[in-house]
Design a protein around this ligand. Structure first.
Ligand code: MF3
Ligand code: CO
Length: 249
């Protein structure tokens, strides 16, 4: 069942989303060569506390951290580590979720370390973020979930990259993951119809090479099967009478 939220609930989700954005803005400013992904984790945990929010990921299916930090060929669910030092030319995807007053917020960004990215990686980040904003524009009353996925897939593939199939976006509200699943591929007009008050976490995961994935020994870190780099951007979006409303900005 897809749960539709009232205006008051959407307002609460906006507050959770605002916390997530503040944390991500801070982390973006901390990304630099020599910084470990565990330093980002600690900064995030402290900032969440300061803003009165509870981390959403830590303990979720026994996930050990408040952030997912996925570097280069890591797609999602990379676990922060003291040993993983960022270096110039890397890309790092930072995924962050919180609960505030019973409502979840969830968003992700991918950041280039030191701005010295190859043109290919720069394009990967631009295409993935643009795919997210295009998909958000498809989150309208009367459209289907398939319109959101098809929008991502068409844009990404027409730019020579590929979309991950094994991990998807999701509904969100009083739980981190609610129905419906929101794949980054699909057929226009197919899947659940979008109605007023639905809130979707739309999160394209885009590989610069082939779409295949595998999960590392740690049982969490998802990487590209071919070792190509992967980017991830995510926003929570409410479907409203006035069109899509981004809650995580
Ligand atoms: N943004 C991801 C998601 O929505 C993060 C979940 S990581 C987990 O699925 F650790 F919490 F599972
Ligand atoms: Co999510």
């Amino acid at each position: 069942m897809i749960i539709c939220k009232s205006e008051a609930e959407i307002e609460k989700m906006r507050r959770s989303g605002h916390v997530v954005r503040e944390v991500l803005d801070l982390l973006r400013s901390l990304v630099a060569p020599g910084v470990s992904t565990m330093e980002l984790e600690r900064a995030a945990e402290e900032k969440m506390k300061e803003l009165g929010a509870t981390p959403a990921f830590k303990g979720y299916y026994d996930y050990p951290c408040v952030l997912c930090t996925s570097v280069n060929e890591e797609i999602v669910h990379g676990i922060p580590s003291e040993k993983r030092l960022l270096k110039a030319g890397d890309i790092v995807s930072i995924d962050c979720g919180v609960v505030l007053d019973g409502y979840y917020g969830d968003a992700a960004i991918t950041v280039g370390v030191n701005g010295s990215l190859t043109p290919e990686l720069k394009k990967l980040l631009e295409v993935t973020e643009a795919a997210l904003y295009r998909a958000i524009q498809a989150a309208r009353i009367g459209n289907a979930v398939g319109d959101v996925g098809a929008t991502v897939q068409e844009y990404v593939e027409s730019n020579g990259f590929s979309v991950v199939r094994e991990f998807v976006g999701h509904g969100i509200g009083t739980h981190l993951h609610e129905e419906p699943q929101v794949p980054n591929f699909g057929v226009r007009g197919q899947g659940s119809r979008l109605r007023e008050g639905m809130v979707l976490a739309i999160e394209p995961m885009v590989n610069s090479g082939q779409p295949g994935t595998r999960v590392l020994e740690d049982k969490w870190t998802a990487v590209t099967a071919d070792g190509s780099c992967s980017a991830h951007f995510e926003h929570c979006v409410a479907v409203t009478r006035d069109g899509p409303l981004i809650l995580t900005q």
